[in-house]
Design a binder for this molecule. Structure first.
Ligand code: SAH
Length: 500
């Protein structure tokens, strides 16, 4: 046991930086040298006495002594008032949840905690779970401001949660995506949260700008250390912070970090331009949805490109024109876009112009309809419009469980409209990013919608996440898509709720 505890002590209280901070009340990033010189004698004497005493009288809480992984804190905090050592909290959960965690489940919700010692904690403290036989099971970030009270960082084998721990994981995540650059892609997800071992964190790259999106305030005490290794590992110029609405207040309460803050790098007063499969896109990293672009649809966009030659395309929920630019690049005849956001449609035009010369632009038909997609789809049907390819990639309809029934009905209505607007022999692509809707439920509603339109369908392909969005546990699966060949009139099934 002793080794673990001494190691812990030497890297925490007796790390000179933290010692001086705690005993002299210094909070700045760089503790003045004079403090070190003045305090050196005291530091080493105390270290000697403390080490000697620890071997017979452990000071850590009993549940930690002898069982804790080596937890070292060597980060320096500049944006927070965390000048303390992170607390270690023991959490007790049911045997059923223990079994789930053992298989790699990464979350413990507040209501699942049966016992906690000590009873209070701050965002970023470390929660440890043991099995009923007192064997180390997992360690993770504790966050009292989130209903996901614990986000697990490490399972089974105890490891030091320190700068190296995160730097190693970051390198691994970068290596996994390294092939994308060779494909002409400089916009991709580097860290996909829990799935890359960084619970509650997403890191997207757009050329030389990265966007860090946090879903928990637990990252705040570790952020400076993480940014240090990010700047050292990736040749990027800048990092912008985006905060999920769920954690914004908690982050702002404990630190000076703010939504939209540039964490490092020069100011930014224009959109960022990046490449995806050799095509150019502009992204607003401050105001754009998610981190600015829907990187998760890259592979579907590429597939549409390969199918678009000489086709007419309807791109519904087009946002900044990702699918449209790919369809043009694939040689389509025309694109019609529908989106409610005027800004998104304007950016889509900009993206078109970024990629195609004025002459080519004139030769192509590019129409945009700003407004509600459901109304616009009905109007197109009334006017008897039809298209070779119809793309339906809507926003999430079900974020919460109770929204699921309505979401299912909406997918059905959308698929029905899409099928009506697809020419015989044409292609319908429908996607869902609703977490609460399973792939099985989604596909069933899509099929049902197409049948309601009185069309026959042939399934061509099903898709999920792009490679830079790996999925390590069930709850992380959110994206599903399906390609269908729509062929002519089928037997029309009567439905009670047939609208649109
Ligand atoms: N397919 C896009 C991403 C779509 S995001 C891509 O590949 O980049 C969802 C889009 O739907 C957003 O641009 C949003 O403005 C739009 N939207 C949301 N509700 C809408 C509605 N009722 N009618 C039309 N557009 C809507």
């Amino acid at each position: 046991m002793g080794n673990g505890c001494l190691h812990l002590a030497s890297y925490s209280i007796f790390h000179p930086h933290i010692f001086v901070k705690r005993f002299f009340g210094v909070r700045e990033r760089n503790v003045p040298l004079v403090c070190f010189q003045g305090g050196t004698f005291i530091v080493f004497c105390t270290l000697y006495i403390f080490r000697a005493s620890r071997s017979v009288r452990p000071k850590l809480p009993p549940h930690v002594v002898g069982r804790n992984p080596l937890v070292k804190f060597t980060f320096r905090f500049t944006h927070t008032d965390y000048s303390r050592r992170m607390k270690i909290i023991k959490l007790q959960v049911s045997k059923t949840l223990q079994a789930k965690i053992q298989k790699g489940h990464p979350w413990v919700f507040d209501y699942q905690i049966q016992n906690q010692n000590p009873e209070d904690g701050n965002p970023g403290d470390l929660g440890i779970i043991y099995t009923s036989k007192n064997k180390f099971l997992a360690i993770g970030f504790y966050d009292p401001s989130s209903e996901i009270r614990l986000r697990i960082l490490q399972w089974g084998t105890p490891l030091s949660i320190d700068a190296k721990f995160f730097a190693d994981r970051l390198q691994k995540a970068i290596a996994l995506r390294s092939f994308l650059e060779k494909q002409g892609t400089s916009g991709y997800r580097i860290i996909n949260g829990e799935n890359d071992g960084f619970p509650g964190m997403v890191l997207d790259r757009y050329e030389d700008t990265t966007v860090l999106k946090l879903y928990t305030a637990a990252w705040i005490p570790y952020l400076d250390g993480f940014l240090d290794s990010l700047a050292k590992t990736l040749p990027v110029q800048r990092c912008v912070l985006r905060l999920s609405r769920n954690c914004r207040n908690a982050v702002e309460e404990i630190s000076s970090f703010r939504e939209g803050q540039i964490l490092f790098g020069p100011p930014l007063d224009c959109p960022v331009c990046f490449r995806e499969n050799g095509l150019f896109f502009e992204v607003d990293v401050f105001e754009g949805q998610k981190t600015g672009f829907f990187l998760d649809q890259r592979e579907n966009r590429q597939r549409i490109r390969s199918l678009a030659k000489d086709k007419s395309v309807l791109n519904v929920f087009s946002y900044t024109g990702g699918f449209s630019v790919y369809a043009f690049a694939g040689g389509c005849q025309s694109v019609w876009e529908i989106d409610s956001s005027a800004l998104a449609l304007k950016t889509s035009r900009d993206n078109f112009e970024l990629n195609f010369s004025a002459t080519k632009s004139e030769a192509k038909e590019f129409q945009q309809i700003q407004g509600d997609a459901f109304t616009a789809l009905r109007q197109l049907q009334d006017r008897k419009n039809s298209f070779d390819i119809v793309i339906l990639d809507p926003p999430a309809f079900a974020v919460k469980k109770k929204q699921k029934p309505k979401a299912l009905a909406t997918y059905r209505r959308l698929a029905e409209s899409g099928a009506r607007l697809t020419r015989p022999g044409g292609l319908l692509f429908v996607a869902s990013c609703s977490r609460q809707v399973t792939a099985e439920d989604f596909f069933r509603e899509v099929f049902s919608g197409i049948q309601s339109a009185g069309k026959i369908y042939e399934e061509i392909h099903r898709t999920g996440h792009a490679v830079d969005h790996p999925v390590a546990f069930k709850e992380a699966e959110y994206l599903k898509g399906i390609y269908l060949k729509i062929s002519g009139e089928g037997i029309k099934k009567e439905r009670k709720n047939k609208t649109l």
